[in-house]
Design a protein around this ligand. Structure first.
Ligand code: ADP
Ligand code: MG
Length: 315
């Protein structure tokens, strides 16, 4: 199966339970999500919905992530977008609960889509032999400034350039080759610790932040270089300020109608030009909280996701 828009409902957090938040989102099975609250009663249909009890592995296997990795190895530009409001589980879904020190989260069962994809990439690379070289880079866009999370030393903004052969690219971006899961996971951890948010445990500091990770696969034939890019979009409640609205709207458009991409509008859309354009393949993971306090953002996330669904299921 091709990757398809996926909805993930996280469990109520301890804080939400303690303060008595109502659970207003329920998965009805068969891809149906039901939202019920005082003035709202709506059911949305998707091809894949993961509820609070779904494991990280179930999300990896059920979202089509494995197929996306294979497409990247075959030379396609593939992108995974996690979107949803702050605190909805985007980072958890992509990376799992990252350990602060050491190189692994508490339990391998909690590894996110990224670590699982890395494992899958390495397997592919081994089975295809030496014509597959893997390298990774890790960037964040914060208030329209691009920072390289892998370069040591004090953070500085990197310029975004355009060339005929490469399209948009970040000048002086560090790209690190890797051959083992340990090395790529340790790059991910190092980079994540340099994120703007890492110093503060609080999510509200993450407004305007888009961490991106590219895993590049260079094959023997340069024209067949595939990419796999993970995007942890800034909280959807902040989309107006950050340009991620453009990305989400574009993703919700029929592929053939994505003629105008508003590259000028944000660095994010320029950087993701290849993924958002005609030949890119994207997997969108819409993350939602089940709490009554998040109702309006949950509804808007589900509306976006169901628009995108109509698109991707086209033959
Ligand atoms: P976001 O990145 O969207 O702001 P996070 O991924 O940081 O949200 O998740 C917010 C909180 O909810 C974190 O404490 C995280 O561990 C927890 N959480 C998110 N998704 C799940 C899940 N599926 N199962 C258990 N806890 C989760
Ligand atoms: Mg996050």
């Amino acid at each position: 199966p091709r990757p398809r828009p996926t909805v993930r409902v996280r469990p109520l957090t301890g804080t939400e339970t303690r303060r008595g938040d109502q659970q207003v989102v329920h998965s009805l099975g068969d891809g149906a999500v039901h939202v019920s609250a005082a003035r709202h009663d709506a059911t949305f249909g998707f091809s894949a919905v993961f509820d609070a009890g779904a494991s990280q592995e179930a999300v990896f296997e059920g979202s089509g992530m494995r197929q996306l990795v294979e497409l990247a190895v075959d030379g396609f530009s593939c992108t995974v977008f996690a979107f949803g409001q702050t605190g909805s589980g985007k980072t958890y879904t992509l990376m799992g609960p990252l350990a602060q020190s050491g190189s692994q989260p508490a339990s391998p069962a909690l590894l996110g889509l990224m670590q699982r994809s890395f494992t899958c990439l390495l397997e592919q690379s081994r089975s295809r032999g030496s014509d597959l070289a893997l390298s990774a880079s890790y960037l964040e866009i914060y208030n329209e400034q691009i920072r390289d999370l892998l370069s040591p030393g004090p953070p500085c903004a990197l310029p975004l350039r355009w060339s005929k052969t490469r399209g948009f690219y970040v000048e002086n971006q560090l790209s690190v080759e890797f051959e083992s899961l340990e090395s790529i996971v340790s790059l991910l951890l190092q980079g994540s610790q340099r994120r703007r948010t890492s110093a503060h445990a609080l999510n509200r500091h993450s407004a305007g932040l888009h961490p991106l990770t590219w895993v590049l696969q260079a094959s023997a034939c340069p024209s067949k270089q595939g990419t796999l890019c993970f995007v942890d979009l800034a909280g959807s409640e902040r989309v107006k300020e950050t340009g991620s609205r453009h990305c989400i709207s574009l993703l919700a458009k029929p592929r053939g109608k994505r003629t105008h991409i508003p590259y000028r509008d944000s660095k994010l859309t320029r950087l993701l030009a290849r993924s958002l354009g005609g030949s890119g393949i994207t997997l969108m993971v819409a993350c939602i909280s089940p709490s009554s306090r998040c109702l309006s953002e949950t509804l808007s996330t589900l509306h976006y996701a169901s628009r995108a669904r109509r698109v991707t299921t086209r033959p």
